[in-house]
Design a protein around this ligand. Sequence first.
Ligand code: ADP
Length: 169
Amino acid sequence: MPVKSGNYSMEKIAVCPGSFDPPTKGHINIIERALAIFDKVIVAVGENTTKDATFTPNERVEMLKEIFKDCKGVEVQKFDGLLVDFVRKHGGHTVLRGIRNMTDYEYEHQMALANKTLFPELEFIFMITEGKFAHLSSSIIKEVLQFGGSGAGMLHPIVEKKWKEKLGK
Ligand code: ADP
């Protein structure tokens, strides 16, 4: 049963923010593995991404909800504005991010320090990708699919289906 300690609930909550445009097998793997460490993983789908989006925030949320529909510990939400505000609002103080390489690390390191100036108690957990997913990024997958390649090894069937529906329109 969750008990209180200090200002935080002892329920271990991780917020996993990202664009998820679209979610890849790399994202899914990080979220699944985090469930072994946290009671709840809140997947926070960013609305205010600077990247050119292929899927609307609602479509991304729907795909993730469908993928994790049997995982009790996973909650999927849209988020807008500051990450620190979202994390506070949900009673957490831990952000989970996946790391594929040194480029990810350098970016994440800077973002973590910037966020900690806004919310000093905020903790960042960086989970190293499994080797077989290290090459996966939403943007690379989008290029492969755009030119007719198959996303089978990279995308969950739910995402592949949604992608095909989008192309067919
Ligand atoms: P953002 O636009 O914020 O970078 P992404 O949707 O691209 O969001 O990624 C969300 C999180 O998932 C980030 O921490 C990113 O490093 C991580 N991630 C993306 N692809 C992979 C992968 N193949 N393996 C592990 N982590 C990944």
